[in-house]
Ligand binder design. Structure first.
Ligand SMILES: Cc1cc2nc3c(=O)[nH]c(=O)nc-3n(C[C@H](O)[C@H](O)[C@H](O)COP(=O)(O)OP(=O)(O)OC[C@H]3O[C@@H](n4cnc5c(N)ncnc54)[C@H](O)[C@@H]3O)c2cc1C
Length: 402
């Protein structure tokens, strides 16, 4: 059984590790979606930047997710409206749509081959009470001029041939991709524009970060720069301990199968408040993930290891919903998400230190925000400000509040 994710199980020409001291105007820690996006926008603006990646481009959560591009944060829109208020909920939804548009235009303009499709998303309820929340979500979204269609139970069985769901909704503007192909392609585009990358180059220590500059230590050299970007998501507390009470490592698991000839699913499916998710890739493979709540206490920490308890739930679901002949499980994998306290990413400078910027804590929705978040960081470097309301994403924020 292959322990790599489906997306990472492809040849890759790595950028060489850093072997000596170096300098860069902006030093970016982390070569996932966020770090690569920041590098792309910085290079586009002509800023010298160097990405230092502990393992390989997209080898963190970015290479281990399900490849859904969903609008909004992980919580149902109705809950976000209740906790943050209508205006902020609407703003977050719009920001994630803007993020999705950026992905679509980068795919187009940079010629990134990543099976990107705007196939839409189904949000399904596993109980009548969740369906009530989904119906409230549909109502609020439509009032806010975002299209969303309510699907009663009978329609789920009809449109998706799925059993056991109490109802749901469909959002036509969501999408899916191969996350590794996208981020490797974006890294190549950034590299062509002048961004530099060093893989297998862990930052062992931040030696200095203040108004006179930043310095980090890697195994074979010190890197000096003006600004440090932490694009280290779940791993941030290991680099910057002040985040140990702000971003938490939470594990997610997935399996994928051999291709199925029939088209069983068009559009990605997100159920049980996002705890269960599945899709069928363009070439027919089923990708099924989640069920974290089944063994929640164990699904924490930094170990990218699958467990029998979660994998057996994923298999059970596969057999129950897609009782197909000749389908085999080819990949099982785990990845580490960075959860924030209130489910919103933290984007912007560290409190009291404009030499260090972060974009972390997407709480399982990095492909809904990460490209735009990288662009916000680039805007902060280039202009010293961003059009985004940074107070909403301030790392200072600790709890859910309006
Ligand atoms: C199982 C699973 C399913 C998911 N499904 C989805 C989905 O369908 N849609 C969605 O939107 N989101 C999903 N997510 C979340 C999404 O993958 C993340 O939000 C997103 O990839 C975060 O990207 P990132 O670049 O910020 O972090 P990461 O991809 O984790 O990148 C951080 C990088 O920092 C590097 N690093 C850490 N420390 C150091 C150091 N000291 N020196 C150098 N480098 C360092 C790491 O090696 C890593 O490559 C899922 C996540 C998981 C685990």
């Amino acid at each position: 059984m292959n322990s790599l994710s489906l997306w990472l199980d492809k040849p890759h020409n790595p950028y060489p590790p850093l072997r000596q001291d170096s300098k860069a105007d902006v030093i970016i820690l982390g070569g996932g979606l966020t770090g690569v996006s920041a590098a792309y926008w910085l290079a586009l603006a002509g800023i010298d930047c160097l990405v230092l990646e502990k393992h390989h481009i997209a080898s963190g959560a970015t290479g281990r997710n399900a490849g859904f591009i969903l609008a909004g944060v992980a919580e149902h829109y109705s809950r976000v409206v209740t906790t943050l208020g209508r205006e902020k909920a609407r703003y977050l939804w719009n920001l994630s749509l803007e993020n999705h548009s950026l992905i679509a235009s980068l795919v187009e303009e940079e010629g990134i081959v990543c099976d990107y499709r705007k196939s839409g998303s189904y949000l399904l309820a596993i109980s009548p009470s969740e369906f009530l929340e989904i119906q409230e979500t549909v109502k609020l979204l439509r009032e806010d001029h975002f299209s969303s269609v309510r699907l009663p139970e009978a329609r789920i069985a009809e449109v998706l041939s799925l059993k056991g769901f109490s109802g749901g909704s469909f959002n036509s503007y969501d999408g899916e991709l191969d996350p590794v192909a996208f981020v490797r392609g974006l890294a190549s585009a950034a590299h062509r524009k002048g961004a530099r990358f060093a893989e297998e180059t862990p930052v062992l220590e931040v030696l200095q970060r203040d108004s006179s500059g930043v310095r980090v230590r890697t195994p074979e050299g010190i890197v000096e720069g003006e600004i440090l970007i932490l694009a280290t998501n779940a791993y941030t507390p290991l680099v910057e301990p002040s985040f140990s009470d702000k971003v938490f490592p939470i594990r997610g698991q997935i399996l994928s199968t051999t291709p199925v000839d029939a088209r069983l699913l068009d559009g990605v499916v997100y159920a049980d408040y996002g705890d269960r998710y599945f899709r069928q890739t363009l070439d027919g493979k089923l990708v099924i993930g989640g069920w974290r709540k089944w063994d929640e206490a164990r699904e924490v920490g930094f170990e990218e290891e699958t467990t029998d308890s979660i994998q057996s739930k994923l298999e059970e679901f596969l057999a129950e919903q897609f009782p197909l002949a000749n389908v085999e499980i080819t990949h099982r994998w785990a990845g580490i998400m960075g959860f924030s306290r209130n489910g919103l990413p933290m984007i912007g400078p560290l409190p009291g230190d404009s030499s260090c910027l972060v974009a972390i804590g997407y709480t399982g929705h990095g492909f809904g925000f990460g490209v735009r978040a990288g662009k916000i960081l680039a805007e902060l470097v280039v202009n010293g400000k961003s059009s985004a309301p940074l107070e909403l994403f301030s790392p200072r924020r600790q709890s859910l509040s309006r």
